[in-house]
Ligand binder design. Sequence first.
Ligand code: 13P
Length: 248
Amino acid sequence: MSRTMLIAGNWKMNGTRPEAKAFLEKLRGLKPEARPGRELLICPPATLIGEMAHPLAQLGVSIGGQNCHPGVSGAFTGDISAGMLRDVGSSHVIVGHSERRAMHGETDQLVHAKARAARRHGLTPIICVGETLAEREAGHAETVVREQVRASVPDGIEGEALVLAYEPVWAIGTGRAATLDDISMMHHVIREALAGKSDGAECGLILYGGSVKPSNAADILALDLVGGALVGGASLDAGDFMAIADAA
Ligand code: 13P
């Protein structure tokens, strides 16, 4: 694929200021700015965005949030708006991660509203979809993902402004990535589902996420429809993160 690939790190609830400093030091030594043809993005916890935005920008690496509230401001204790993420230097925000869908009861409708809020504030949403193991074993993986795409992706967002991530829930943090055939097949399903929406949206990039590591990244990123990776655990180590980027 000739387009710029996006290699995104999702730090989840990991990272203190000393850890961020150590990561940045190691990353600096690996010269991430010298990698044309791929965009690198780190989504640390919200507490670190303001602090990491500038040093990452100097290395040519973008920064983003892991979640946002659909509203603009107000009495929403503990929440952060898309505008606030933008204010501290974010270019992207992950929405609808399976951990939020499962542990915070986020519905497709809420994910849809969050993606719209992201766009209103000039952020690129990374909309996550993916089936559970039970859904896959019941033979429903495609139907589930198709419906998530239909209901979570707002109309009128497309091209570069839209990133989807296929993250099968059973592959997240398990060390067991989906097979190359399954990844290809589901990326095809997602592309079809987008084309079937009322506005026939075209998605800029579809990432794969779920146990991506330096040892499997080259094979996954060589797949035709795969536009990059959403990396959890391995993105906490600057060396592993750059090894994945180099595999692209
Ligand atoms: P792991 O790479 O740790 O499996 O996590 C994937 C993920 O959830 C990224 O959003």
